[in-house]
Design a protein around this ligand. Structure first.
Ligand SMILES: [Zn+2]
Ligand SMILES: [Zn+2]
Length: 263
């Protein structure tokens, strides 16, 4: 029994008070691998997620990138710092990068440029891309296509689109990672996408501290709760929860380029 939380933010300040408890509860819930996402908005913040992974290198890996919310901070020095840190074997992907037209915290032109540049950067360092996309399905697919993101592939994280979007993304080498949203009864399209997604292209994540699944909805999320997402997907598909855990775990190792054969 192994779970891989492929997307959370362990360097978030909401984890500071009980960080060891968060990790202990994850272990107790069967989580044996975590990818902590490095969202930076300055050269100084680039090493933050990697430092968390280094302190727990037996089971935690990290990524590095600029979230669309912070796209207005995108700069050449920041890109260079991400390229430099990406040489570390504990950095398993570039991102999260992408488009968020729901919040529009950065101008859309800036989001698009930072996204395009990070696809190029992922290709340069030969690591997969973690994509954040919200309320921007057409532009996300167009940019992935135009920048030939297929060369590296990666993950559509916190999947919040339609089954058609999942298929189009998979055609370009992007698997879908499902979060606690699948446990929300009104998330009809996302639940349908989780039901239809090929089992060799499905990941699970918490996106903690955000988006706690039922029965924890509305409270702080944490990696232990990824078990609820796995169980919910198993119920939606009518299969054994262990199959969802095992397959999504193997998929995560493959996408992140981590050695297989051990949990
Ligand atoms: Zn995100
Ligand atoms: Zn995230």
């Amino acid at each position: 029994m192994s779970l891989f939380d492929t997307h959370c933010h362990l360097d978030d300040k909401r984890f500071v008070d009980d960080f060891e408890g968060v990790l202990a509860r994850a272990r107790a819930a069967g989580v044996t691998r975590i990818a902590t996402i490095g969202c930076c908005n300055s050269v100084e913040t680039v090493p933050r997620a990697l430092n968390v992974a280094r302190a727990h290198a037996d089971w935690v890996v990290a990524t590095s990138g600029v979230h669309p919310h912070d796209a207005s901070h995108w700069s050449v020095p920041l890109a260079e710092a991400i390229v430099a840190i990406a040489a570390d074997p504990l950095i398993v992907a570039i991102g999260e990068a992408g488009l968020d037209y729901h919040y529009d915290n950065s101008p859309r032109a800036a989001q698009q440029q930072a996204f395009r540049d990070q696809i190029a950067l992922a290709k340069q360092v030969k690591k997969p891309l973690v994509v954040h996309t919200r309320s921007a399905p057409e532009d996300t697919l167009a940019i992935l296509r135009e920048e030939q993101a297929r060369d590296v592939g990666g993950i559509i994280h916190c999947f919040s689109e339609t089954p058609d979007f999942a298929r189009a993304a998979l055609d370009m080498g992007f698997v879908s990672s499902f979060s606690g949203i699948v446990t929300f009864k009104n998330a009809v399209e996302v639940r349908e996408a989780a039901r239809l997604q090929p089992l060799d292209a499905l990941l699970i994540e918490t996106d903690a501290p955000y988006l706690a699944p039922i029965p924890h909805r509305g409270r702080r999320n944490e990696p232990a709760y990824v078990a609820h997402t796995a169980d919910c997907i198993a119920t939606l598909r009518g299969i054994d929860p262990e199959e969802v855990r095992q397959r999504s775990f193997e998929n995560a190792l493959r996408v992140f380029g981590l050695p297989t054969g051990h949990a």
